[in-house]
Design a protein around this ligand. Sequence first.
Ligand SMILES: Nc1ncnc2c1ncn2[C@@H]1O[C@H](COP(=O)(O)OP(=O)(O)O)[C@@H](O)[C@H]1O
Ligand SMILES: [Mg+2]
Length: 172
Amino acid sequence: MKILITGTPGSGKTSIAKELSKLLKLPYIDVKKIIKNNPETIDKKELGELIINDKLKKVLSKNLPNSCVFETHLIEYCPKNGLIIILRVNPLVLKKRLIKRGYSKQKIVDNLEVEILDYFTQNIKSNKVIEYDCSKGPAKINALKIKKLIQAKKYNKGGLKHKLSHIKKALF
Ligand SMILES: Nc1ncnc2c1ncn2[C@@H]1O[C@H](COP(=O)(O)OP(=O)(O)O)[C@@H](O)[C@H]1O
Ligand SMILES: [Mg+2]
């Protein structure tokens, strides 16, 4: 089974995907690495960000093994016929993580908006989705809980909502 781990930058994709791949004994794949190994998928670099083109779709469909745990926020290029895990974070926690990463104020606000507006939930058509709150706890424990949800087929698309008070406090 292909398992896509997605979510806003800072949501915990890399930490969770690595732990989950160990638990499920599936290869871990970082889409960033596939992009670097296939430079034709990169249009240009703008303000330190890679601008990706549509070739990534084909490259991913060719390069991803049938069974793997792969992670990216670039969902528009991903095969979505497997299971999708969307990691969610309390906006206040996300803000702290992104400040720690040294992101600019604008980039922090942009990413907070992505989280607050449920970007991933809204843009993924499949219902084979588990949304998981990754605001607390070590990644290892979270990965164990996610494994149990996968085994129990506990799909909950659209089931997580941020508190208005947290949204306001993070943005204003
Ligand atoms: N419960 C948690 N699950 C995952 N990451 C967490 C958790 N708590 C704190 N973190 C931290 O959040 C940061 C972002 O995690 P990372 O896996 O790099 O996210 P992403 O790959 O989505 O950008 C890291 O510094 C990580 O250690
Ligand atoms: Mg990462």
